[in-house]
Design a protein around this ligand. Structure first.
Ligand code: CMP
Length: 149
């Protein structure tokens, strides 16, 4: 079983897409195990995006992610990281496959609605950064037995 951090970023929140994101992940069969609606301060933003420090889009990205509340979540399931990234599509909306969230709702790289962890190592780092262990809820959806073994 894998976990991934998922953020509905300021553009997704402002456009009223929190429900759309949650519905797509629930429909996929994944399980929500943590959630917090919150403002992101600069310190958290810089830690979260430390891997992008120095890139041309870094400063505007920090400004963007702190510009409006975000919906921070942890989702769980078999191959959750790949499943979520497939559901969301490529970073840039114009490169995302038809039917993916970013294809359906986004055009550019910064205004791309959501963030999702890109590897198990990144997921472990990001989940520990955004949530305390006691905020992760351990449970099962009864319908899971009809979605995966
Ligand atoms: P995210 O998954 O949150 O991780 C890093 C973010 O940087 C990415 O989504 C995009 O929002 C943003 N990003 C990546 N490449 C670019 C780019 N070329 N220009 C602007 N923003 C970018």
């Amino acid at each position: 079983m894998e976990q991934s951090l998922v953020l509905v970023k300021p553009d997704g929140v402002q456009r009223g897409l929190i429900g759309e994101v949650i519905t797509r992940l629930e429909n996929r069969g994944l399980r929500l195990v943590a959630a917090r609606f919150m403002w992101v301060n600069t310190e958290l933003a810089e830690k979260h995006y430390a891997v992008h420090a120095g890139k041309p889009f870094y400063a505007p990205l920090i400004t963007f992610i702190t510009s409006s509340p975000v919906m921070a979540m942890v989702w769980e399931g078999p191959d959750a990281i790949a499943a979520i990234r497939q559901t969301f599509g490529k970073t840039r909306g114009t490169e995302a496959d038809p039917g993916t969230l970013r294809h359906d709702f986004a055009l550019q790289a910064r205004y791309n609605i959501v963030h999702a962890s890109d590897s198990p190592e990144t997921a472990a780092f990001e989940i520990a950064l955004w949530f305390k262990p006691e905020e992760i809820v351990s449970w099962q959806r009864d319908i899971e037995k009809w979605i995966y073994e």
